[in-house]
Ligand binder design. Structure first.
Ligand code: SF4
Length: 379
């Protein structure tokens, strides 16, 4: 039976999350420890979901029914062993799909995080009844939602594209409205609601309108990532780097300057031979309240599957499980991963550019054959 370390029950006041304080950013570890360190653990707590979005990063793993999870005591013991732990993320499926999962896993994990002074994030579509999120809100730092729509009809088309049966428009509209209402209520309850939009074939010309709706919902942060067609979303059309650059520039031209904008997994690097890439990065650096997060996958974060105990270096790529929490400490799995040739192949660092290398999927997609270890930032 897991017993919480009594010292951990002391709650430490934590500084607010701001563009200058993002504990999910892996570069901070490099500065602090001189090497990558495991500071972030993500749990996949369910494979159930009430939606079937066309772009879902884990769509292949979604099921209609699921088995037993590993005991909570094992998860918390493994977290206790992570010496430099700073953040915990909870993902799915829709993590709040089952109220039992909320009560028996999510709330205790979040309480653990609070007691240890660790920041937390939940990835949710927030389309279920607010009562479920009300249980979570008192212990949660960041509610991360997806928002890629300009209307309820968009939501209907994108959110159920892969459901295998037709979902009535009225049902989708109800969920869309509930999502907006829940996001507002969570912000009012003091949770940082961060809405993520993907730049893809559907959204790349609509980003300013999406941004405006996110602002109207009361979200504190707009997170923007390109969508890379892989796995479940592998059949979706890819857009060019030029179209991505234009979409980012369009957003910067029209955004609300008060809102924190966080860009991530961009396929642009300061060592690029393409001057347009470097100019866009320079602009992103100059803009107030805009941050570009380095890729956390395998740099400061591991993902743990709560059903099998398997540990992954990313939550969606094709790299197989790298260990299992039933057999090994997370810090040990992470050390082994850092020595792996794949990890080494993207382990570059240009301090002047505040960059610690490309995401593995991005490298495969756009930079096959490029040896980043021989590249340097051009500033
Ligand atoms: S850290 Fe790597 S990807 Fe980033 S600018 Fe330097 S060489 Fe390029």
């Amino acid at each position: 039976m897991y017993r919480m370390n009594p010292e951990l029950t002391l709650h430490q006041p934590l500084p607010p999350l701001t563009p200058d304080n993002d504990p999910w950013e892996p570069l901070e570890n490099l500065k602090r420890f001189g090497r990558h360190a495991l500071t972030s653990v993500e749990f996949t707590v369910t494979n159930l979901c009430n939606m079937r979005c066309e772009h879902c990063a884990v769509g292949d793993t979604l099921t209609m029914r699921e088995g037993d999870k590993l005991p909570l005591s094992l998860l918390l013991s493994r977290l206790d062993e992570v010496e430099q732990l700073q953040t915990i993320s909870i993902t799915g499926g829709e993590p709040s799909y089952s109220e039992r999962t909320v009560r028996e896993y999510i709330v205790p994990i979040l309480q653990y995080a609070r007691s240890r002074g660790i920041r937390s994030q939940l990835n949710s579509n927030v389309t279920l009844d607010y009562s479920r999120y009300e249980l979570i809100a008192p212990y949660l730092d960041v509610m991360h939602i997806s928002f890629n729509y300009t209307s309820a009809d968009d939501f209907h088309e994108v959110g159920f594209a892969r459901s295998g049966h037709s979902v009535p428009r009225t049902a989708a509209v109800r969920m869309y409205e509930r999502m907006i209402d829940n996001a507002r209520r969570l912000s009012e309850a003091g949770v940082l609601v961060s809405a993520e939009s993907m730049i893809n074939f559907r959204t790349h010309r609509r980003m300013p309108e999406i941004h405006r709706l996110i602002k109207e919902m009361g979200c504190a942060r707009h997170e923007v990532h390109p969508m890379y067609p892989s796995a479940w979303a592998g059949n979706l059309p890819a857009i060019s780097k030029e179209e991505m650059r234009l979409a980012v520039a369009d957003l910067l031209d029209t955004r609300d300057p008060e809102m924190w904008m966080l860009f991530g997994t961009l396929p642009f690097y300061s060592c690029s031979s393409d001057v347009a890439d470097r100019e866009l990065l320079a602009r992103l650096k100059r803009e107030p309240r805009v941050t570009v997060r380095n890729d956390p996958d395998g740099r400061n974060r591991l993902n743990v599957n709560l059903f099998t105990g398997e540990v992954f270096v990313t939550d969606f790529s094709d790299i197989p499980a790298f260990g299992n929490i039933e057999e090994e400490r997370l810090d040990d799995v992470f050390s082994r991963w850092l020595d792996h040739p794949l990890s080494r192949s993207v382990n570059c660092h240009c301090p002047a550019a505040a960059c610690c290398g490309p995401n593995l999927l991005v490298k495969q997609m756009y930079y096959e054959g490029v040896d980043f270890l021989k590249q340097r930032a051009v500033l």
